[in-house]
Ligand binder design. Sequence first.
Ligand code: ATP
Ligand code: MG
Length: 724
Amino acid sequence: EDFAQTPLLSGLNPEQLAAVTYPAEPLLILAGAGSGKTRVLTTRIAWLLHTAQAQPHNVLAVTFTNKAAKEMRTRLGAMVSHSLRRMWLGTFHGLCHRFLRIHHREADLPPSFQVLDSADQLALIKRLLKQAGISEEAVVPRVLQGFINAQKENGLRAADLDAPDPHTKRLIACYADYEQTCRREGTADFAELLLRAYEVLNARPELLAHYQSRFTHILVDEFQDTNALQYRWLTLLAGGGAALCAVGDDDQSIYRFRGARVGNMADLMTAFGIDAPVKLEQNYRSAGNILAAANAVIARNRKRLGKNLRTGAGAGEPIRFYSAADDAAEARFIAGEIQALRQEGLPLAHMAVLYRSNAQSRILEQTLFAERIPYRIYGGLRFYERAEIKHALAYLRLAVHRDDDHALLRIINMPPRGIGARTVEQIQQQAQSAGVSLFAAAVQLAGASAKIAAFVRLIHDLHERAQVADLAELTAYTVAASGLHDYFAKQKIPAERERTENLDELVNAARFFRPEEAAGWDGVSADTAGVAAVAAFLGHAALEAGDNQADGGQDAVQLMTVHAAKGLEFDAVFVSGLEEGRFPGEQSLGDAEAIEEERRLMYVALTRAKRRLYLSMAQQRMLHGMTRTGVPSRFVGEIPENLLHFLSPKPARRGAGHFDRFGAAQTAAAGGGFYAGLRVRHTKFGKGVVLAAREAGGSVRVKVNFGSAGIKELDTAFARLEME
Ligand code: ATP
Ligand code: MG
C-alpha cells in the first residue's frame, strides 16, 4: 500500500501495478493496444532504479524505433534522478551497434567500421553483380538483398547454406562474395550488426558472462515482432538468470514479411518457465467507438491468443467515413478536415495521416503543400538519406577508412571534377588486377593524371585531419574542401541550392552529437575528436535515418505508413486508401494468412486514434499509369455500421460479400449537385473544395474550404460558385 502512494506508481490500475512491481523473474505481458504496455515497461524501469533493485547499467531495454527509445529516455529522466548514460536503451540495431563499437576487435571489424543502410546495401549488391558479370535479370538485386537479409536474420552465413537448384546456388555464391567484400571494406549492414553481435557473444564465454551478470534486467517492448535472431540474442543475454520482461500484443504482429515470429511468445514462456502471461485489459487510449471498431475488425482473425479490451471512456464521436471521387479528392478532403481541426484548436502534431504504402504519400504531400499545411514524414526520404548528405558522409567515411570502395565510387566525381566513367573503369581495373582497394589503385594511377592526383591529395588531407580534428570541425572542413557546398550553392534551381542548408545542418548535427546519447559509449571514451568519434557519428547517421525530420520543432501533421505508426498515438487519425488491393494490399488478396496480417495492420491503424478517426478511400486512382476503380476495403465493411458516419454518399460501385452495403446509389443530387470533394471557384475567395452540402428549405448550403481564405459556409442561391 505504501508503494502505491509513491508518485511513481499512482494512477496505475491494479494489473499494471502488479506488473510494474513484479519480482525480478521472467515475465510476459500480453495485452491489447493502448492498455499501457509501454507505460508499464517504462515505469518498471523507474521502479527498479527508484528502489535500488538495479542501477542504470544493469538495465537493457529494447524498443522498436529510435523515436520510441528517445521518448522512453525522456520519460525515465522525468521519473528518476539517476543519470541514464550507462543504461542500454535502444533498438536491437542500435544496441548491437553499440556493442560492436566496443568489441570491434573481438568481432574482427576495423575500429572505424561503417554501417550500410539499405540503399547502400543495394548499391553494393549491384556493384558486385556487375563485377561478377551477372545480369540484373539473372539475379534481381532486390531479391538478392532480401535473400541475404533473410539468411542473416535466421543466423545463417553463406558457408552454412547449400541448395540443390542452380538459382539458389547462385544466390548463395553471391552472398559469399558479398560477405567477403563487406569484410574487406570494413562495412556491416543492419542485419549484420545483429548477427555479428550474436556470434561474438556466442563464441566468447567470458564476454557473455560479463554481460549476463551486468544486465540483471532485460526489458523488451513490441516483443511480438521479434525475429528468430533477435529472439536468440535476447535469450542468450538473459540466459544467466536475468529478469526478462517482454511485453507484446499478438494482434499487432505486422512484420511477418521480415521474419517476425509470433511463436516467440510461446517459446519464451517454455524456455523461461513462465506459466501464464500477465494481461492488461483496460484501454486508456481510445474513445469507445474507436475501440469497438478495432475489436470488431480483429475479431475476424482466427489465429489469436485471445485477449479482451474494455474502456472506461465514453463512446465519443462516430468514426467518419469518406469516399472520394479520386485520390486527389481524397487528399483534398483530408487537407480540409485538417484545416478545420486546426481551427478548432488542435495542434497539427496531434494529427496523423496513415497509409498502407509509402508511395501514397506523394499526393498527400502535394496537397498539404498546396494548402500550406506543414507536415512531417516518417519513413520517407529523411535527412540522412538525402543525396547531398550521403555525399558528405561518403567523404567522412573515406576520411576514416580510405579503402571504402563504396564511398569512393559515390563521390569520386561528385562534385564533378572531370573524372569520367572511363577513368573510373581504369581505376577499377587497376584495383582488380593489383588486388587492392579503389583508393590504393587511384594512388598508383595518380602519376598519370593530374585530376586523380588532386583527388588523392584531398582524401589524404581529410584522413590526416580526421586523426586529430574535432568532429564538428572535420565535418565543416569536409563539406567545404570537398567542393560540395560550392557546387550546390552555384546551382540555378532553388531546390538544388537549398541543399546547402542541409549540408550546414549536417555540421550542426556533428556539433551537437553526443555519442552516449546516440549509440552509447560507456567503456569507450566519449571523446569528440579523432577517428572513433567520426565512426560513431557515421554509425549514428545510418541508424538515425529512421526517425528524425530535419526541420526543427515546427508544428506539423505527421505522415507515415501504418507500420511506422506502431506504438504511437494521436488525437486525430486519418486512415487513407481503404480500397481492396491497396489496404489490404494486392499481394495479400486470396491468401488467408496474408489477409490476417493485413487485418492486424488495420487493427494497429485504428488503435492509434484517441478521439477522432477518419477512414477514407478513392473511387478512382491512378496506378502504373492506368485509372483503377476502387472497391471499398473489406476492413471498412467489418466495422459495425452504427459506429460509422458517412460524410459522402455511399459509393455507387458494388463490392462483394460483406461490403454490399456500400452498394447504395450515389446521391449527389441531395446536395443540389454539390458534393464533398467537388472543386469550385468563388469570385472573392478563389479556388475551394466542397466539404459538405445539404439541402434545407429549398436552398442548398455548402461548406467550402478555400485554403488560405479559410472555410466558409455559403448559400448557393446567393454565392456565385462555379464548379471547376
Ligand atoms: P500499443 O499497443 O499501441 O503500443 P500500449 O499498450 O503500449 O499501446 P501505452 O502507449 O503504454 O499503451 O498507453 C496508451 C495510453 O494510455 C498512453 O497515453 C498512456 O499514457 C495511457 N495510460 C496507460 N495507463 C494509464 C493509466 N493507468 N491511467 C491513465 N492513462 C494511462
Ligand atoms: Mg506500446
